[in-house]
Design a protein around this ligand. Structure first.
Ligand code: FES
Length: 119
């Protein structure tokens, strides 16, 4: 297991993200509700750079003629074909089996590190 120090916490604003390079991988680090999440900057569909997509919410199941929008700031939408993913888990909203690779982070002392070599 190796921790790669990449950013200061303050470099990732609440509701925002930063893209870092670690051992040839491009990783997006997001901040939601004061917590940090790391996603591979690569869509599992056709490889779009996910961090070029929009952070938004999504519609939830609702009745006919009803429109329920929620989870603002928790969903990342692929810039190419619009697949939606939960930033916290990397899972797509349509299947547990389709997901963006996530990475463990080490956060402390005002710094963020990406943990590699741990499964
Ligand atoms: S490349 Fe991401 S949805 Fe198609």
């Amino acid at each position: 297991m190796t921790v790669h120090d990449v950013l200061a916490e303050e470099e990732v604003p609440e509701g925002g993200f930063a893209v870092v390079q670690v051992e040839g991988r491009e990783i997006g680090i997001f901040r939601i509700g004061g917590n940090f999440y790391a996603l591979h900057n690569y869509c599992p569909h056709q490889g779009a750079p996910m961090c070029a997509g929009r952070v938004s919410g999504t519609t939830s199941p609702s009745g006919v003629y009803e429109y329920e929008y929620g989870r603002e700031g928790e969903i990342l939408r692929c810039p190419w074909h619009g697949w939606e993913f939960d930033i916290r888990t990397g899972k797509s909203l349509f299947s547990d089996r389709t997901r963006i690779r996530t990475y463990k982070l080490s956060v402390g002392g005002g710094r963020i590190g990406v943990v590699l070599g741990e499964h």
